[in-house]
Design a protein around this ligand. Structure first.
Ligand SMILES: Nc1ncnc2c1ncn2[C@@H]1O[C@H](COP(=O)(O)OP(=O)(O)OP(=O)(O)O)[C@@H](O)[C@H]1O
Ligand SMILES: [Mg+2]
Length: 330
C-alpha cells in the first residue's frame, strides 16, 4: 500500500435543506476519513442524514439542499472547486455511487449492454465502442451475470440481477472509491447475502475503498473495518467493527442500536427498539442530541454538547467517557 492519503476527507461538514419551516440541519459538523482499499460503514436510524452526506460527497445535492460549512476532498480533490466539465470527468472515474433507490437507477427502455456502454463512453470519450462492449461483458462476469443478459432489459431481470447490474455500472470505470447507499435493502435476505458476499469479493479484487451505508448493524459490522454511527446528522461514534457488540464500551445510542438487532431468546425473537423519536432537525437540542432518549443522561448532557473521547476501540462523543483521552475529531 504505497498511497496512504485518504480517498475521502470530510472536514467539519454541515448540510441543510431549506424548507418552509426553516433550515433542516441534516448533516452537522461531520469529520470522517476513508483510506484506500478500506471499507467504512455508516449506520444510523432512518433520517439520521446518511444519504444526505453521501449526496454531498458526490456533489449531487438536489434542489433545496446545500453545504452550509466545511470541506470535502475526494482523492485530494475538492469536488466543489471543479468546473462542470472537470466534475464530469471526476465522477464515475474516481468516485461512484450505488444509490439507495437502485432499482430506479436503470433506464427501463435500454438494454443492459447499452447502459453500461453509455456510462463507459460518456465518461471516457477516448474509449471506442468495441472496447466498451468488451468491458461490458467483462463486468457482467465480475458480478456473475450470464453474458446473454447483455441484451436483456431491466424488467427481464430479477431484483438481485438488476442490483448486480447497478453495481457493475458503479465499478465500470474502476473508481478508487465507491459509496454504496443501502445497496441490498430492497432485496430478500438470501439475495442480500449473495450480493454482499460478491461486493466483498469484487472489492478484494478491484481494491476500491467503500463507504457502506446501511441501517443494518450486523451487515455493516461484517463488511467494514470501521463503522461511523450517525445521530441527528452528527457522527457520535467511530468504532472498530470487531468490537461492535454489547458489553464493549460504546455510545449509549450505539448500545440502543445494538439492542435493537433482533435476537433470539429460548423461545422467541426479541426486538427492543430505542424508545422515543429522533430530534427535530430544525431545532436541535442544545447539548447532546441524544439526551432526550438516553437512559443515562444527566443535567450536563442537556446543557453542553460533549467533547470527543478516544477509548481503546472507538472515538465517542459522550460525557460518560470523560475519563478517557479527549481528541479533536474522529
Ligand atoms: N428534500 C428534503 N427537504 C427537507 N428535508 C429533507 C429532504 N430530504 C431529506 N430531508 C431530511 O433530512 C434528514 C436526513 O435525511 P436522509 O435521507 O439523509 O436520512 P437517511 O439517514 O439517509 O435515512 P434513511 O435510512 O431513511 O435512508 C431527514 O430528517 C429528512 O427528513
Ligand atoms: Mg438514506
Amino acid at each position: 500500500m504505497s498511497d496512504r492519503k485518504p480517498v475521502l476527507e470530510i472536514e467539519d461538514l454541515s448540510v441543510a435543506y431549506q424548507t418552509a419551516n426553516g433550515l433542516v440541519n441534516a448533516v452537522n459538523d461531520v469529520n470522517l476519513k476513508v483510506y484506500p482499499e478500506e471499507i467504512v460503514g455508516l449506520v444510523g436510524e432512518s433520517g439520521s442524514g446518511k444519504s444526505t452526506m453521501a449526496y454531498a460527497i458526490m456533489r449531487l445535492l438536489k434542489g433545496d439542499a446545500f453545504v452550509t460549512k466545511g470541506h470535502i476532498k475526494v482523492m485530494g480533490e475538492d469536488l466543489y472547486a471543479l468546473s462542470p466539465k472537470e466534475l464530469r470527468k471526476f465522477r464515475w472515474n474516481k468516485i461512484s455511487m450505488v444509490f439507495q433507490s437502485a432499482m430506479s437507477a436503470l433506464n427501463p427502455v435500454m438494454t443492459v449492454q447499452t447502459q453500461i456502454v453509455d456510462t463507459l463512453t460518456s465518461h471516457r470519450p477516448e474509449m471506442s465502442k468495441a472496447e466498451a462492449i468488451k468491458r461490458a461483458g467483462e463486468l457482467l462476469d465480475v458480478v456473475r451475470i450470464d453474458r446473454k443478459h447483455l441484451n436483456s432489459y431491466p424488467h427481464e431481470l430479477s431484483g438481485g440481477m438488476r442490483q448486480r447490474v447497478v453495481i457493475a455500472i458503479a465499478i465500470a470505470l474502476s473508481p478508487g472509491f465507491v459509496i454504496m447507499d443501502e445497496p441490498t435493502t430492497a432485496l430478500d435476505v438470501v439475495v442480500q447475502r449473495s450480493i454482499l458476499d460478491q461486493i466483498r469479493e469484487i472489492q478484494q479484487v478491484e481494491k476500491f475503498a467503500v463507504l457502506f451505508i446501511s441501517h443494518d448493524f450486523s451487515l455493516v459490522a461484517e463488511l467494514a473495518s470501521q463503522v461511523a454511527i450517525m445521530y441527528a446528522g452528527r457522527i457520535v461514534e467511530l468504532t472498530k467493527s470487531g468490537t461492535l457488540r454489547l458489553g464493549e464500551r460504546h455510545h449509549p445510542y450505539t448500545e440502543g442500536l445494538l439492542r435493537a438487532i433482533p435476537h433470539l431468546t429460548a423461545d422467541e425473537v426479541v426486538i427492543e427498539g430505542i424508545p422515543g423519536t429522533p430530534p427535530n432537525l430544525v431545532n436541535l437540542p442544545s447539548g447532546c442530541a441524544f439526551y432526550p432518549r438516553c437512559p443515562l443522561a444527566t443535567d450536563e448532557c442537556r446543557k453542553a454538547r460533549p467533547n470527543l473521547y478516544q477509548t481503546d476501540n472507538a472515538i465517542i462523543e459522550c460525557h460518560l467517557f470523560k475519563g478517557d483521552r479527549e481528541v479533536q475529531h474522529v
